[in-house]
Design a protein around this ligand. Sequence first.
Ligand code: SF4
Length: 262
Amino acid sequence: MTERSEEVGRLVAATRALLRFQGQLGLQGVPVAPEFMARRARVEPVVSEPTAAPVAPVVVPAATDPVQALVEIRTTIGDCKRCKLCRGRTQVVFGTGLATARLMFIGEGPGRDEDLQGEPFVGAAGQLLDKMIAAMGLGRREVYIANIVKCRPPKNRDPEPDEVAACEPFLKAQIRVIKPEVIVALGRCAAQTLLRDPTPITRMRGHWREYQGIAVMPTYHPAYLLRSPSEKRPAWEDLKAVMKRLNLTPLPPKGVAPGAPK
Ligand code: SF4
């Protein structure tokens, strides 16, 4: 063995002993001189968390028939894995209703029932939404119902900015196909996300806004109305403003009229 290889062997043994000792102290890695760390900090680029959501592609269906165009959008989504919400979902909840609806309802995202059944607003909140729609003289199949994101956020949390950015092109494509005259934004999250406005829903509701050139009426989410029945009255006022704009005559079903949906 040469003098040089003996030296290397001693260094390796010493380093192993040092690492063993560090391990006993609960430390990991090779100690690095502070001057070296300072030098490295000057030459290495700082990698930070992305602050802006990724730019998502625009979805433009080729079909001119609205039903077929919606089918194309659904086909484009496929078994989507464009954001992390794909991990916990049962299925993509695309949207439901009339492809040429004058009125569109948009919520924040699918809940447990919607995730299992593959249709938006089918749980208790959905049943109340059905009553609200019926009180406007319409049926669920005469409007279109969708969400900001198409996969269930874990524990029903709000969708995060990167998830909204990944999914919103699909919603925008649906809106471009359906061309509703009015969108009702259901609840704080849907209204704030669609309108990019952090104003509380208590102040935003009841006031006309605009999204993609379409009139938007923010109002309370049906799930909130189930928890706070006293807010049904103002929510009904919001829907009456929508009816007025669309020249709808309320044909309330039995047990609902007159006044706010029960
Ligand atoms: S939420 Fe939208 S973008 Fe995210 S995985 Fe589901 S369909 Fe894709």
